[in-house]
Ligand binder design. Structure first.
Ligand SMILES: Cc1ncc(CN)c(N)n1
Length: 220
């Protein structure tokens, strides 16, 4: 049986994923102990992140060699994050933040979006797909892991429900299929690059939650 690219990629990040599930941001989201200020920081930074992420997905759409993949990424850029945007806007409202005045991206947000942008525009299409994949897949896995216990805080529960939902799972499944397709014909060098990018953006996912937990701002 041939090994699927997704399995190779995931096996590289088992320890990163374990660290993500163990992070106090997510354990706090789950048991309700996460300070609202940290969640607010996360939501503001995520609203900024989603702008860059949408642009990266549009870049994947433009570079895709098959029309079905162009349509898929274009739909995700336009529509899939609309649900997140909606949730963010209502959460920003509940947290008392004006979406028009979000402030600057934090170091983690800036670094993550810069990396996505750089690889989507300078790497191969397969590299681009591997680079954007953790944004989909890790969130689906986290949603799945957190939904059974839920959260006593309704705001945190709404966040968990979005990523644990069937609609998000189907979106992620389609991108995983695309990952296996492009990985299946990638050269050893290209596959190695896919692994490096997937691991790097998985690390950025950890750093994004960690930065929010510390309410990280620029040190100087
Ligand atoms: C940082 C980050 N990574 C992933 C997702 C889920 N698309 C998100 N909303 N924010």
């Amino acid at each position: 049986m041939t090994t699927r690219t997704r399995d190779v990629l995931w096996s590289d990040i088992e320890t990163i994923y374990a660290a993500i599930l163990d992070h106090p941001f997510l354990t706090g989201l789950s048991d309700g102990s996460l300070p609202r200020e940290a969640f607010g920081h996360y939501i503001v930074q995520d609203a900024l992140y989603l702008r860059g992420y949408a642009a990266a997905l549009a870049g994947c759409a433009a570079r895709a060699p098959r029309p079905e993949a162009t349509v898929m990424f274009a739909e995700h850029a336009a529509g899939a994050i609309a649900a997140e945007r909606e949730l963010h806007e209502s959460l920003l409202g509940e947290l008392g933040v004006d979406p028009a005045r979000l402030g600057p991206p934090s170091p983690a947000t800036q670094a993550y979006v810069s990396y996505l942008t750089a690889i989507v525009h300078t790497g191969s299409y397969a590299e681009a797909v591997a680079t954007v994949l953790p944004c989909y897949w890790i969130y689906a896995r986290v949603g799945e892991a957190l939904v059974a216990a839920g959260s006593p805080d309704p705001l945190y529960q709404a966040w968990i429900d979005l990523y644990a939902g069937e609609e998000f799972r189907q979106i992620v499944d389609a991108v995983l299929t695309e990952t296996d397709t492009v990985g299946g014909t990638a050269s050893p060098v290209e596959l190695e690059r896919m692994r490096q990018h997937f691991t790097t953006t998985s690390r950025y996912e950890w750093m994004f939650w960690d930065g929010a937990h510390r309410q990280e701002i620029w040190p100087v």
